[in-house]
Design a binder for this molecule. Structure first.
Ligand SMILES: Nc1ncnc2c1ncn2[C@@H]1O[C@H](COP(=O)(O)OP(=O)(O)O)[C@@H](O)[C@H]1O
Ligand SMILES: Nc1ccn([C@@H]2O[C@H](COP(=O)(O)OP(=O)(O)O)[C@@H](O)[C@H]2O)c(=O)n1
Length: 236
């Protein structure tokens, strides 16, 4: 006798929140567990910022950034076990994490023409993934509010700035002295403030998002909770 195993219902999950709350690690972990695609939208904003800097465009020159918004070709690979990002065919996964891009990305991503361009890319990737597999986990700042307002599940991750600074600082290696922690905290609070206060699609929690404070949870516990929420939606 043949048994038929039906494919899981495609699910679109939006995970938003400030820097260092665990969006990337959680999204990758959840997508890998459930065989879903994964999209790091911050990497796309970082990639277009990298290209602007390479072109000698001043990130503070809003008109110049807007005029160039359509020029670079940005391609995101959505395998959670090996996500990729290229600009005009060049792998930029390493340079987009550098201090120069991190310092410029909030200015570039506040430009409405940049947001329109990148939002279009994100929606077409999400549509493709939902049409061809078990769904996608998309992480960023405005996914639940603007990019995918009809997502099946929206999560907003939080954690105290001290916790987030300690996590970020830990990534850099070396001794964790108080001065370094304070500098990391100041950098991330500055970026959160810029991202939350811009006019175009700011960092914000969607009204229908589930808020989850990751401060006292391990990464594995956060992944477990999100997986449980997805399974609950699927069985509803
Ligand atoms: N729940 C957690 N507990 C402890 N460390 C975590 C947790 N979630 C993520 N991290 C670590 O914190 C750092 C920032 O996580 P990341 O996923 O990059 O955050 P975000 O994408 O929100 O900026 C990484 O080093 C990651 O391993
Ligand atoms: N959906 C998104 C994602 C990122 N961004 C911008 O891109 C920057 C980098 O995002 P990221 O997710 O790589 O940041 P980290 O918190 O991981 O360092 C953010 O600080 C925002 O300025 C955005 O504007 N909208």
């Amino acid at each position: 006798m043949r048994t038929t195993v039906s494919a899981p219902t495609p699910v679109v999950v939006a995970i938003d929140g400030p820097s260092g709350t665990g969006k990337s690690s959680t999204s990758k972990g959840v997508a890998a567990r459930l065989g879903m695609a994964y999209l790091d939208t911050g990497a796309q904003y970082r990639a277009i910022t990298w290209w602007m800097l390479r072109q000698g465009i001043d990130p503070a020159d809003t008109a110049a950034v807007a005029a160039a918004a359509e020029k670079p070709e940005i391609v995101s690979g959505t395998d959670p076990l090996a996500p990729t990002i290229t600009v005009d065919g060049t792998d930029v996964s390493a340079p987009i994490r550098g201090a120069e891009v991190t310092g410029a990305v909030s200015a570039v991503s506040a430009v409405p023409e940049i947001r329109a361009r990148i939002t279009g890319l994100q929606r077409s990737i999400a549509e493709g993934a939902a049409a061809s597999g078990p769904g996608i986990v998309v992480e960023g700042r405005d996914i639940g509010t603007t990019v995918l307002p009809d997502a099946d599940l929206k999560i907003f991750l939080t954690a105290a700035p001290e916790v987030r600074a300690a996590r970020r600082s830990g990534e850099l290696g070396g001794p964790q002295d108080a001065a370094r922690l304070a500098a990391t905290r100041a950098d991330l609070v500055r970026r959160d403030t810029a991202d939350s206060s811009r006019t175009a699609s700011p960092l914000a929690r969607a009204g229908d998002a589930v808020e989850l404070d990751t401060g006292d949870l391990t990464l594995e516990q956060v992944v477990e909770r999100v997986v449980a929420m997805i399974e609950e939606r699927r069985s509803a």
